[in-house]
Design a protein around this ligand. Structure first.
Ligand SMILES: [Zn+2]
Length: 332
C-alpha cells in the first residue's frame, strides 16, 4: 500500500468564524438531546469481532475499543429513528452551517478537497468515467472531478445542498438517504464511489460498504475519508470530555477507524486498499483544548499556532493523526 503523511492547511483560514467554545456548546446540545439506545453492543461494527474493552464514557454514551482491530465504537448507539430526527433538527443544521456554507465553498473545494483528488488520481484503476459521491454536501468534490472530465453525481440528505450545487457549481445532486434499497433501484455502475466523512455516522458501516460494492465492478475504485484511531485528538477528548467539539462526538460519530479495521471491512466487501494518506488537526485541537481549559487566562494558540504544522507533521508520521483517506480497488 502507498502511504503518505501530513497535509498542509491554512489553519487560520479554516478556523475563521467557528471558535472552539461555540462548537462545544453546539455539540453539547446535540449530545444531551439524543438518548443512547438500550442495547449494549459487544460486536465491533467495523471488523465484526466480539472482544472489546471500555474506552471512555461521553455523556451517556460508552465508547469501546475493539481488541482485534483497535477501532473505537459506540456500544449503546441511539435508534435509527432518533438519529434521523437529530440529522433533521435545527441544532444539526446550525452546527453544519459553520463547517460547510455557501461562503466557504470555493475555499473548501480548492484547499481541502482538490489535494485529496490529486493524491488518488494516479492510483485510479477503473476504466469507467463515472463518479458517485455519497453524502456530497454542496458538491465541492463533484465540482473538482467534473472539471477534470468525470461524469459526476452525488446524493445528500440536505435539500439546500442539492439546490446550491446545481446553481452555483453546476453539479448533479439528488436528495435522499443512501441505502441498500437505493442501490437496488438504480441500474448505474460507478467507476469511482467516494464516501467522505460519512461511515463514522452510520449505525452499520459494513452494510453501507456492501451496498456500495453492488454499484461497482472488479477494477472500480472506492475512496473513503474517516476519523482515525488512535489519534491525539481522540485522547484529548477522552481526557477533557467537557471540551469535546469534534472526533469523539456521539451520536454524530459512532465509530473511529483504525487502518487495520477499515482494511478488514474493505476486504470483507471485496476491496483491497491501494493507498492511504494520514493527516489531521490534532495540533490545532491540542491548542484549542488548552485555551479552553485555561479559561482564557493563557492563549496557547497565540504562542504556538505557527508551530502547529511541525507538531502535526510528527503526529501524522507516527500515525497518530485524527483523519485519513483510504483509496481501494474492487478485486472480487
Ligand atoms: Zn474491530
Amino acid at each position: 500500500m502507498i502511504l503518505k503523511y501530513f497535509k498542509e492547511l491554512d489553519r487560520k483560514e479554516q478556523k475563521r468564524g467557528y471558535p472552539k467554545d461555540v462548537a462545544i456548546e453546539e455539540i453539547d446540545k446535540i449530545m444531551r438531546k439524543v438518548p443512547p439506545g438500550e442495547v449494549m453492543l459487544r460486536k465491533c461494527g467495523i471488523c465484526g469481532a466480539t472482544d472489546s474493552v471500555d474506552f471512555v464514557k461521553v455523556y451517556s454514551y460508552l465508547w469501546k475499543v475493539c481488541r482485534t482491530c483497535q477501532s473505537l465504537f459506540v456500544a449503546n448507539p441511539p435508534t435509527s429513528e432518533s438519529l434521523k430526527d437529530m440529522y433533521d433538527s435545527d441544532e444539526y443544521a446550525s452546527m453544519n452551517s459553520h463547517i460547510s456554507n455557501e461562503d466557504n465553498t470555493e475555499f473548501r473545494a480548492h484547499s481541502i478537497v482538490k489535494p485529496k483528488y490529486e493524491f488518488i488520481k494516479s492510483h485510479i484503476t477503473t476504466e469507467k468515467h463515472t463518479w458517485f459521491d455519497i453524502g456530497c454536501g454542496f458538491g465541492e468534490l463533484l465540482h473538482i472531478v467534473q472539471n477534470d472530465g468525470w461524469i459526476a453525481s452525488g446524493i445528500d440528505t440536505n435539500p439546500l445542498s442539492s439546490e446550491f450545487g446545481k446553481k452555483q457549481l453546476g453539479v448533479d445532486i439528488s436528495v435522499g438517504y443512501f441505502s441498500p434499497e437505493f442501490c437496488k433501484e438504480t441500474n448505474n455502475k460507478y467507476g469511482v464511489v467516494s464516501v467522505m466523512n460519512v461511515l463514522e455516522h452510520c449505525l452499520e458501516p459494513r452494510t453501507v460498504v456492501k451496498a456500495i460494492s453492488s454499484l461497482q465492478d472488479v477494477g472500480d475504485n472506492l475512496l473513503v475519508e474517516l476519523p482515525h484511531f488512535p489519534s491525539l485528538s481522540a485522547y484529548l477528548c477522552a481526557s477533557f470530555p467537557e471540551a469535546i467539539s469534534r472526533v469523539l462526538t456521539p451520536p454524530l460519530h459512532l465509530y473511529l477507524f483504525s487502518l487495520d479495521g477499515i482494511t478488514a471491512l474493505l476486504n470483507d466487501c471485496g476491496y483491497t486498499p491501494i493507498s492511504c494518506w494520514m493527516y489531521g488537526q490534532d495540533a490545532g485541537e491540542l491548542l484549542d483544548t488548552l485555551d479552553v481549559m485555561s479559561r482564557g487566562v493563557v492563549s496557547y494558540s497565540d504562542v504556538l499556532l505557527s508551530d502547529s504544522d511541525s507538531i502535526q507533521k510528527i503526529l501524522d508520521e507516527r500515525e497518530f493523526s485524527d483523519h485519513f483517506l483510504v483509496f481501494s480497488k474492487k478485486v472480487r
